[in-house]
Design a protein around this ligand. Structure first.
Ligand SMILES: Cc1cc2nc3c(=O)[nH]c(=O)nc-3n(C[C@H](O)[C@H](O)[C@H](O)COP(=O)(O)OP(=O)(O)OC[C@H]3O[C@@H](n4cnc5c(N)ncnc54)[C@H](O)[C@@H]3O)c2cc1C
Length: 496
């Protein structure tokens, strides 16, 4: 039976389907494209995403296929201004994992198949309308035939031009950044090339030039090439164009060859205000797009999917109430705003055109990146390990919303089993067992020892602190669990 129809089998739709299937929810995942992405697109998988794919059960496959980048460099006029290190990130996965998006999608599709779910290709969502307890969806197949299907829940993971978003009439507010960017996947050889496992950014008066390692010996280069002229789109770049940029912006001493992808792209910074309307949700690029600076786009989208899947599974299984679903949009929209802001700032800083401002920037970077704390902040921000849900309706208490980390909390990551359950960490075994006994659908049966004996914690299935209270605050714990079961009485919603 289909409980949830997911539109779009990019990295976000695949993550969503795999998580829901792992929790025993009946899913259909459709995509209008005849085959998966063949290009490298998003290259970086960050620490927090790897922690979450660990719960899913597929991080090892990612680690095997990817290349670990332990750090980055920021360079200008032949000098290294600073070296942010990723190996200081407070995570088991203290590196940037370089892996082309086509491989990320392949690994996620294989993981999904292990639950018996296959992507239905050449199936397009054309339209949907409100129905009793859900929506009626119109699908078009490759042979032109149409299928009408009712679904209680619909999730649009259908990318930047999302049909689901358009049909909901949600504004995608924001703007275009203004520059044309060159992108090339090439081989780089020569004594002046940066180390093959380093993300290197060259700041130049004409604009930035960035090199990202790709497993297998290639590298992605990205550079601004001038202002956008919508009336005269640029032809695809050539290898000669790439070499000219290397010579001009990096000081040369290395050569590009053997290109497999040469293109231009433009940066748009846009977001919806609401990620949910009734029984229809948006996730990934359908909800937010931004500059690739910091490599956050795909990571943020995959984390949207992880955030929604356990909530939907618990509501569908009758374990918890609608409050879980109500928390999805506020939690992930706040993260989307933050990511847009940070990526925008990095892009503005790299693309400054005023020579005096460029000189001040380079000096400031040189000084600031000399401080361990500043280098640490930069790496931590990109790794997304500090994402927190402090303002969420599901967060109660002073540490609520922060991330469960294996250094402080004992046991397996919450949510790693086949059923989503909250986890109780408390010292009083008798009261703890009584509580888990009263909420068997919500709480994992085994009580765990708290990181701090004077505290009581309830951890969400996605590894964030839901409740943080004092050891004696059993009434707070009871109230919190009752709150989670609150429902407005329907398991399906309306699209408008
Ligand atoms: C040139 C380029 C370089 C990039 N570089 C980076 C990078 O370095 N770092 C980074 O984080 N991000 C990067 N990105 C962005 C990254 O690729 C996206 O953030 C990511 O693909 C978003 O995943 P998604 O699953 O939300 O959407 P998508 O990957 O866009 O997937 C959407 C899917 O929905 C399907 N679909 C659309 N409409 C329908 C419909 N009506 N019916 C059925 N199916 C439908 C599409 O066929 C597609 O397969 C780059 C993107 C591009 C284009």
């Amino acid at each position: 039976m289909t409980d949830v129809l997911i539109v779009g089998a990019g990295p976000v739709g695949l993550t969503m389907a795999a998580e829901l299937a792992r929790y025993g929810v009946g899913v259909r995942l459709i995509d209008r494209a005849p085959h998966a992405t063949e290009t490298s697109k998003a290259l970086v998988v960050w620490s927090r995403t790897l922690e979450l794919t660990d719960r899913m059960g597929c991080t090892q496959a990612f680690l095997k296929a990817g290349l670990r980048a332990p750090g980055a460099s920021i360079r200008s006029a032949g000098k290294v201004l600073g070296n942010p290190r990723f190996d200081d990130i407070a995570s088991t996965y203290n590196f940037a994992l370089m892996i082309p998006q086509r491989d990320t999608e392949r690994l996620l599709a294989e993981h999904l198949l292990s639950f018996g779910v296959e992507v239905e290709r050449q199936v397009e969502l054309v339209d949907f309308t409100e129905a009793v307890d859900g929506v009626e969806v119109r699908l078009r197949h490759a042979d032109g035939s149409e299928e009408r299907v009712r679904t209680p829940w619909l999730i649009g993971c259908d990318g930047a031009h999302s049909t689901v978003r358009h049909r909901l009439g949600l504004a995608f507010e924001g703007s275009a950044q203004g520059d044309d960017w060159l992108l090339a996947d090439v081989r780089l050889d020569g004594s002046g090339a940066p180390p093959p496992d380093e993300i290197a950014t060259y700041l130049h008066r004409d604009g930035p030039f960035v090199i990202f390692p790709i497993p297998g010996g290639r590298a992605r280069v990205v550079a601004t090439v001038g202002k956008t002229d919508a009336a005269h789109p640029r032809p695809d770049p050539t290898l000669t164009d790439v070499q000219a940029l290397i010579d001009q912006r990096t000081g040369g001493n290395f050569r590009a060859s053997d290109p497999v992808w040469l293109t231009h792209f433009r940066i748009n910074e846009r977001k919806v205000a609401e990620y949910r309307r009734g029984c229809v949700f948006l996730a990934g690029d359908a909800a937010h797009i931004h500059s690739p600076a910091g490599g956050q786009g795909m990571n943020t989208g995959m984390q949207d999917a992880v955030n929604l899947a356990w909530k939907l599974a618990m509501v569908l299984h009758g374990q918890a109430g609608e409050i879980l679903l109500d928390s999805y949009s506020p939690e992930r929209s706040a993260v989307g705003d933050l990511v847009l802001r940070n990526a925008g700032r990095l892009t503005d800083m790299a693309t400054l055109t005023n020579p005096a401002a460029q000189a001040a920037r380079n000096l400031a970077l040189r000084v600031l990146l000399g401080f361990h704390a500043v280098r640490d902040r930069m790496a931590t921000q990109m790794s997304e390990i500090e994402i927190a849900y402090a303002g969420s309706p599901l967060s109660k208490g002073r540490e609520a919303g922060s991330r469960w980390d294996p250094e402080s909390y004992e046991g397996m990551p919450p949510g790693a089993g086949g059923e989503p359950r909250f986890v109780l960490y408390a010292a009083d075994a008798a009261r703890g067992s009584a509580l888990t006994g009263r909420f068997p659908d919500l709480l994992e049966p085994r009580l765990r020892s708290p990181p701090d004996a004077s505290g009581l914690f309830i951890i969400r299935p996605d590894g964030y602190v839901g409740l943080s209270a004092d050891e004696a605050d059993w009434d707070d714990a009871e109230r919190y669990l009752r709150l989670l079961t609150q429902s407005d009485g329907h398991t399906g919603g309306h699209a408008s």
